[in-house]
Every structure is written in structure tokens, then in C-alpha cells.
Design a binder for this molecule. Structure first.
Ligand SMILES: Cc1cc2nc3c(=O)[nH]c(=O)nc-3n(C[C@H](O)[C@H](O)[C@H](O)COP(=O)(O)OP(=O)(O)OC[C@H]3O[C@@H](n4cnc5c(N)ncnc54)[C@H](O)[C@@H]3O)c2cc1C
Length: 390
């Protein structure tokens, strides 16, 4: 069994690290200052500029097929790069990406939505969650009623990332109540903001914030159906599935950086005439963090590897998401403890991570939903204990 990275993986990972360290990390202090003034740490044009700079380094469209100018990287490579991105709290991501399900678009939709999203000229958001349907996504109610060659959408979506900035939404609506959500009764639509939906900002404990999207008789032409009629829920689950190994990949980067800060602090801060790192209480926090971090790393890479094998990644991804999210919350909490009062201040980014990582246990499937999936797979015999090695 070989746990080492290939030369190519190491080279790409190191170049990503170099880019983040040289180009993004230096923006952190300014980002913190702006966020404290309730402004975005990085505005859209600055993000774009950085993404174009990264393109020159070769980073463009990590998951995007080559025919659209992307790198089409294997999932393991993508995971390694997202870990590097996680090392900075500046809200940076590499450009040239689009929602995975936008590739189901037909040729006309590809020109109108997919390509401009990849190019960064349009901003998308994805909406399935509603005020009455989160974990229980199959309970969505937002309706689309056929009217001639159009569909008329009514209802509300909530907690939608990018919902304030997006100029179009991929929204999952109920098109056939009789069939039900799991029986082919839902459809995904591409809906421009100009067609009439509006967004309302939701304040959260994190920076930025999602939005509620309100649809009141929003008229959408049939040509804006994404994929097939009846395929909406399936597309929604595909969209959510992708994040389940990428979210913990960024968690890994956060934990690595934060733990590094704790080690440095433990080696310099003195109390009672000696460095705090000489106390077992501090050493144990560092040791526990390293063990959890490594355990999460292998769960995450295994989930990504499962994707690359073309096997069903759901079980492995749920374990990676559940454990990775818990790990980063534990590590950031300990890192704050090691820093004492300084950890609680806004001089350092630790309190910011503390607020940011809490979300990882909630969105794209809560801890409880991941446990439900993992246990259901075992109880119903879909997966064997020990997975592919059993
Ligand atoms: C910042 C942010 C960004 C988001 N971005 C998006 C987005 O872009 N698009 C989108 O569609 N959605 C998005 N979401 C929604 C997110 O996916 C949901 O919040 C999440 O799925 C949980 O749903 P809920 O909030 O309705 O909680 P609920 O489903 O009401 O759950 C409440 C609690 O009960 C638990 N629970 C529920 N059912 C069970 C059960 N059967 N057994 C045990 N425990 C249970 C849950 O785990 C949770 O702890 C976002 C949310 C946030 C906060």
C-alpha cells in the first residue's frame, strides 16, 4: 500500500501552495479589516483579478472538462488543491468553475449559462432548501405550473449561498405533485434574476451570508428546463454530493494552518517562567489535533479516490464530511484554547475560523444526516464494514 503522492500530484500541490502563500495570504490583514467593517474581504473584481493571475500559473477550472478550457483533474488532485485553498481565510477559489449539474445543459443553455459561468461573467446559485424543507429535501413545495410554453414558479427557497450576488439560479421545483419528489415529480430550472425572483440577505455568524429567494408568479420559458422534466431531485442530490469531499478538504487546510499557529505559540508564549508547550495539558491538545487531522486526511482522500475509481462515493464521502467537519471544529477550538485571551481577539483569525467552521457541521447535509446515511448503508447491507478492503 502506497500512501505517498505521485511526482505530478506533489508538483501541482506545491504550485497551488506557492500561489496561495504569495498571492492570497498577504491580503489577509486587509480582508480582516474589511470584514470587521461589514464589507466583503475580497470584492468580485479583486477575486476575478486573482483568478486570472492563477490562470497564468495553470490553475483554471479544476473540475472543468478540457473542452471548456479546464484542467479536468482527478478528484484526489482537486481535494489536495482545495486543502491548499483552505489554508487562507480570504474567500478565494480558483476560477473557471461551474456547478457540476450545469453540464447537463443543452447547447443553447451552455452558451447562455454554462460558458459565461466558467468564464466568470455570470454568477450562479443553487437552490433546493426551503423554509419547510432542509434535511428533508424531499419535502420541497416551491411549485412550477405549466402555462402554455412557460412555467410559472411560486414559493420560497432559503439559505442560498451566493443568492445575493447571483444573476441566475438553478432551482429545483415541484412540477408534478402526484408523482412526488422521489418519483420524478420535480424539475430543475435555470431562472435569471431578471425573470422576477428577488433575494433577501440572511445575517449569519459567518462572513458574507446566504439569501432567501422569493418567487411570486415568476414566468420561465420551457427552454430553461435543465436536464429532463422529472430529473430535478436527482440533479439536486448530484450537486450536493460533490461538496461532501471538497468541504472537508478545505477543513483540512484550515486545521493544518491553525495547528501550525498553536505550535508556534506554544513554543514562544511563556507562563510561570517556561514555555506553555512544556505543559502536558498543551501537548495533549496538540497531539489530539494532529491525530484527528491525519485521520480526517485519509478519510477525505479515500472518498476522493473512490470518486476517481468510478465507484459510488456516497458512503465514503459521508464519513469524510462527518469526521472532517467535527475534526476542524475540535482543532480550531483547541487552537483558541492554546492562545488563551489572544485567541478570542480579532487580532488573530482564530475567532473567524471558529465561526466559519461551525457551518461545516450543518450545510450540505448535517452531521445527523451523514450518520443517517452511514448507518442506513450498513443496516440495509448496501455497504460492508471496512468498505472496499473487506
Ligand atoms: C450558510 C448556509 C449556506 C447554505 N447554502 C445552501 C445553498 O446554496 N443551497 C441550498 O439549497 N441550501 C443551502 N443551505 C441549506 C442547508 O443545506 C440546510 O440548512 C441543511 O441541509 C439543514 O437543513 P435545515 O436548516 O432546514 O435544518 P433541519 O432539517 O430543520 O434540521 C434541524 C436539526 O434537526 C436534525 N434532524 C433533522 N432531521 C433529522 C432526523 N431524521 N434524525 C436526526 N436529526 C434530524 C438536523 O440534523 C438538525 O440538527 C445553506 C445553509 C447555510 C446555513
Amino acid at each position: 500500500m502506497d500512501f505517498s503522492l505521485s511526482d505530478e500530484e506533489r508538483a501541482i500541490r506545491d504550485t497551488a501552495r506557492q500561489f496561495i502563500t504569495r498571492e492570497v495570504v498577504p491580503l489577509e490583514q486587509e480582508a480582516l479589516r474589511r470584514e470587521r467593517a461589514h464589507r466583503p474581504g475580497l470584492d468580485h473584481s479583486e477575486l476575478r483579478e486573482l483568478q486570472l493571475k492563477a490562470k497564468k500559473f495553470g490553475f483554471w477550472g479544476l473540475a472543468t472538462p478540457e473542452e471548456y478550457g479546464g484542467m479536468n483533474l482527478p478528484a484526489v488532485m482537486q481535494s489536495l488543491i482545495w486543502t491548499e485553498v483552505g489554508r487562507t481565510f480570504v474567500q478565494f477559489r480558483f476560477g473557471g468553475e461551474a456547478d457540476n449539474i450545469l453540464f447537463y445543459a443543452n447547447d443553447e443553455q451552455k452558451r447562455e449559462y454554462l460558458v459565461p459561468t466558467i468564464e466568470g461573467d455570470r454568477i450562479s446559485c443553487f437552490a433546493i432548501t426551503e423554509p419547510g424543507a432542509g434535511s428533508d429535501a424531499a419535502n420541497i413545495k416551491l411549485s412550477a405550473r405549466r402555462d402554455g410554453d412557460d412555467w410559472v414558479l411560486n414559493g420560497e427557497k432559503t439559505f442560498i449561498t451566493n443568492g445575493n450576488d447571483a444573476d441566475f439560479v438553478i432551482v429545483v421545483a415541484v412540477t408534478d405533485r402526484e408523482k412526488g419528489v422521489r418519483g420524478g415529480g420535480t424539475t430543475a430550472f435555470l431562472v435569471d434574476r431578471e425573470m422576477g425572483w428577488r433575494s433577501e440577505f440572511i445575517q449569519t455568524m459567518g462572513e458574507g451570508g446566504p439569501a432567501s429567494l422569493i418567487f411570486e408568479d415568476v414566468r420561465v420559458p420551457s427552454r430553461n428546463i435543465l436536464g429532463e422534466i422529472g430529473q430535478g431531485f436527482e440533479l439536486g442530490m448530484q450537486w450536493i454530493g460533490k461538496g461532501r469531499y471538497l468541504i472537508p478538504s478545505t477543513a483540512l487546510g484550515i486545521a493544518e494552518r491553525a495547528l501550525g499557529m498553536a505550535i508556534e505559540y506554544a513554543n514562544t508564549r511563556e507562563t510561570f517562567g517556561r514555555r506553555i508547550g512544556e505543559n502536558q495539558a498543551i501537548q495533549w491538545m496538540i497531539a489530539d489535533s494532529e491525530v484527528e487531522l491525519e485521520a480526517a486526511r485519509w478519510l477525505i482522500l479515500r472518498a476522493a479516490w473512490t470518486v476517481d475509481q468510478g465507484a459510488d462515493p456516497r458512503h465514503a464521502s459521508s464519513m469524510a464530511k462527518l469526521y472532517g467537519a467535527a475534526m476542524v471544529n475540535n482543532v480550531v477550538d483547541r487552537v483558541m484554547q492554546v492562545h488563551g485571551g489572544m485567541g478570542y481577539t480579532r487580532e488573530l483569525p482564530i475567532e473567524r475560523w471558529y465561526r466559519q467552521v461551525r457551518l461545516m457541521r450543518i450545510y450540505e447535509g448535517t452531521d445527523e444526516m451523514q450518520r443517517l446515511i452511514i448507518s442506513r448503508d450498513l443496516l440495509r447491507g448496501y455497504t460492508k464494514i471496512g468498505g472496499h478492503l473487506s
